[in-house]
Design a protein around this ligand. Structure first.
Ligand SMILES: *[C@@H]1O[C@H](CO)[C@@H](O)[C@H](O)[C@H]1NC(C)=O
Ligand SMILES: *[C@@H]1O[C@H](CO)[C@@H](O)[C@H](O)[C@H]1NC(C)=O
Ligand SMILES: *[C@@H]1O[C@H](CO)[C@@H](O)[C@H](O)[C@H]1NC(C)=O
Ligand SMILES: *[C@@H]1O[C@H](CO)[C@@H](O)[C@H](O)[C@H]1NC(C)=O
Ligand SMILES: *[C@@H]1O[C@H](CO)[C@@H](O)[C@H](O)[C@H]1NC(C)=O
Length: 485
């Protein structure tokens, strides 16, 4: 049965391929320089699942000239390949070339794989971006209340979906959107580069993401997520180009990522004010490992400001930041409700920072005026250890909310080398409670030193997160496709 299906697919794909070969030959006869030929390629990588069926974008009429729109080619490829979901899944291969495209959706048991020399170019034609309603946990689009443009690569209600490659590129061509945003010309919120909603078992790996119109990677209402080996680059002045934003997600691993951006490198979220409280879907069990961040106006790792569904059990280790505003930042406000608790950070290396740590309760941007002034956030059990920094202007700004202090803060074995032009008072503290051990410069009175025997306090929980138990499979592919030269 499966063999028959496979043969059927081969015949069909070959038929489509031959049709395009013919078109390509005809157009080259008309004096164009492109030539088509059947190419064989093989590659391997580790993944949550390997696929039984593979096809190339060129089998569906894709043209990699940087000018022709491939939105329809992507859509028909995914729609065709979705029939193999229950027969071992499928993979769409994007060959070398520049593939202009608007938004398209993925399917379940599916892998999108980008060749090393493949570049997806996001279309600047606004009709290529369908509009979605606001996220239920936000109540409105962040840029504009009416809704949001669908992300470039989108998926909802999926299971087992992979976006990967041999470090291929996805270029959001964001300058167009940033300009429209600054001129307040947008009717809807700018698209993200990759967004997966209500999905389970997600892998996003080995890609370079450039110039996103807005956030880069946004898993939301999803679980069992691996983001690994991603390079994200956007101008440090570009608006809201956050790197990776797990939002109301569970069991997430972010590993080996390098991010230069105009906003937070990683921002953990869970909905906004009364909408987030009502939706009530927290982000829990996140591990962030070997992250390098450059973001002069934002945080290396931010928790919030949208945290109304709650944020719990976040672990970050081996984090490097260079010329970044802050190391770890908790942003919240009266009206948010929710919680940020059980946060563990160890082995951060920081170079040239405004604040090493920042936690404040005055992030007063609200979805609308209907937020509940009695909805106070609960911020507690926040742990930092084994941090080394140099050229720091302010060690920390810790300002809780009056009548709602941030509690159980624990800081141990932290050495912050202060800048020549550092502020005279390295720590500003209000409405907080906690302890320290082995911290330089000496912290504020609200964080009393417990003596050298507590220097190994503030550690991670002993058990690993379930996502760390997941073993990836080694997948090897060899396939034929129509290449254009
Ligand atoms: C990333 O690329 C490396 C080198 O090509 C490969 O060995 C690895 O399996 C890939 N990993 C993932 C998670 O895609
Ligand atoms: C996706 O799943 C959510 C949550 O289970 C559900 O509310 C929504 O209707 C589903 N959407 C689609 C398009 O199936
Ligand atoms: C991927 O490509 C980017 C951009 O060219 C480069 O900076 C990065 O080092 C590459 N990553 C790997 C693992 O080769
Ligand atoms: C303190 O932190 C440094 C730098 O991360 C590390 O090398 C050292 O082992 C730590 N000390 C203790 C007692 O854990
Ligand atoms: C220290 O930080 C300042 C900005 O606060 C920067 O101008 C300077 O170049 C940095 N010095 C070093 C040695 O990195």
């Amino acid at each position: 049965m499966e063999l028959l299906q496979k043969t059927h697919l081969r015949v069909q794909v070959l038929r489509i391929a031959l049709a395009f070969l013919l078109v390509a030959l005809l157009s080259s006869e008309r004096g164009e320089s492109r030539k088509a030929k059947i190419v064989t390629t093989s590659f391997e990588y580790s993944a949550i699942n390997c696929r039984a069926h593979s096809a190339s974008l060129t089998d569906f009429g894709g043209v990699g000239d940087g000018k022709t729109s491939n939105t329809k080619a992507f859509q028909s490829a995914v729609s065709h390949l979705s029939q193999y979901a229950s027969q071992g899944g499928s993979q769409l291969y994007v060959p070398a070339g520049k593939w202009l495209t608007g938004s398209f959706s993925l399917t379940s048991h599916f892998t999108l794989y980008l060749d090393k020399e493949a570049v997806l170019l996001a279309s600047q034609d606004i009709t290529e971006w369908p509009v979605l309603g606001p996220l239920p946990s936000y109540g409105r689009g962040r840029d504009a209340p009416a809704g949001r443009y669908t992300s470039l690569i989108f998926g909802t209600n999926l299971t087992d979906v992979i976006v990967t490659g041999d470090n291929g590129t996805i270029d959001g061509q964001g300058a167009f959107w940033w300009q429209q945003f600054h001129r307040k010309k947008l009717k809807y919120t700018r698209p993200y580069l990759i967004e997966l909603m209500f999905s389970d078992s997600i892998q996003i790996s080995n890609l370079t993401l450039l110039n996103s119109p807005n956030w880069n990677v946004h898993p939301v209402y999803s679980s069992n997520i691996i983001v690994k080996g991603i390079t994200i680059i956007a101008p440090v002045t570009s608006p809201n180009t956050d790197g990776i934003n797990p939002d109301s997600c569970t069991n997430v691993k972010i590993e080996d990522c390098y991010i230069v951006s105009g906003d937070d490198c990683v921002a953990i979220k869970s909905g906004w004010d009364e909408y987030g409280i009502k939706f009530g879907w927290p982000t829990t069990q996140v591990v962030i490992r070997r992250l390098t961040c450059i973001s002069p106006f934002s945080a290396t790792i931010a928790l919030g400001s949208e945290m109304s569904g709650g944020i719990q059990d976040i672990r970050a280790e081996d984090i490097t930041a260079i010329q970044t505003e802050s190391g770890v930042r908790i942003k919240t406000a009266v009206g948010r409700g929710g919680f940020v608790k059980d946060i563990y950070v160890k082995r951060m290396n920081l170079h040239t920072m405004k604040w090493a740590f920042k936690m404040t309760g005055d992030y007063n941007s609200h979805a609308d005026t209907h937020f509940d002034p009695n909805a106070l956030p609960e911020i507690k059990n926040i742990n930092f250890r084994d941090v080394v920094a140099e050229n720091v202007t302010i060690a920390a700004k810790f300002e809780g909310i009056s009548n709602d202090p941030f509690t159980e803060i624990c800081i141990a074995n932290v050495t912050l080398g202060m800048a020549v032009k550092a502020k005279k008072r390295p720590w500003t503290c209000a409405d907080i409670k906690g302890i320290t051990s082995g911290v330089t410069p000496p912290p504020c009175d609200l964080l009393p030193d417990q003596g050298p025997e507590k220097i190994t306090a503030c550690d991670f929980p002993a058990e690993s997160l379930p996502i760390d138990m997941l073993e990836l499979k080694q997948c090897a592919y060899s396939m034929k496709y129509v290449g254009m030269y």
